[in-house]
Design a protein. Sequence first.
Length: 276
Amino acid sequence: MRTINKLILLIVLMSTIFGCGQQATSEDSVAAPVIPQIETRPTQIPITPTPINHPLVTEHTPAPINQPLVEATRIPPSTYVPKLIDDGVPELIASVNDKFFDGVLEGEGLVTIGETVITAFIDSKDLVFISYRMPSLMTELRKGSFRGRLSLNHDRNISGSYKKTKIYEDGTVFLAHINDFSQDPFSSVKITNDITLVQSAIQNNTDQMMVPAPVTANVANQQNIPIASGVPIIINTTDGPFEIYLESSYLYTSDQPGSDAPTRYNMQVWIQKVKP
């Protein structure tokens, strides 16, 4: 009897176990619910301005609606080529590596002098392009190529712009152009080992904004030669003859009330080495 009871109990337990196993299997086979995906598609919703029936605006065309800006493809910067204005005025403009040049550059390389253009490849990395126009009264600049040294010091600021350009051949000046300003007169502008330009201090006792400032050339610390403005002059030195053309030299004084322009001295001069 006990054996039968144990057998019945065993059958009940096995039925319970198999029933639970089938229920778990059934639940596992149920597919997971699918969550609907939201697809974003660019749509343009028309914007309709709210009508305004106010009598002050009904007779006027409403202002256009501000639409989102579309970013256009940026145009790459173009190559800068210095060009002079065709006005006959002596001038010099430089570019370095296809960009307008402002700054300081010094180095050596191959220099080529053309009719209106000077090119130089400095220190095997900087391509210099100079457009120039010499004063018409000066001797024509000698053309050709040579191994030389170039010195550029160009800058622009709120007070104005200045340029100091010097090209050397065989250790001496081949061409120099100086256009500079200062609060004090230029007491020592060294051109070569033998030539130094000196600008005299003056007083402006007139009603003129620009008053000429005399310039002399100190040659080998022995003699002072007056340099007239607008007239080329040749000075002989131990390094050979040099032609100097003083384009301008003056004291500028602003007489405008409230003007920010400072009182200053200006000097612009061209120098080149010429054949004996």
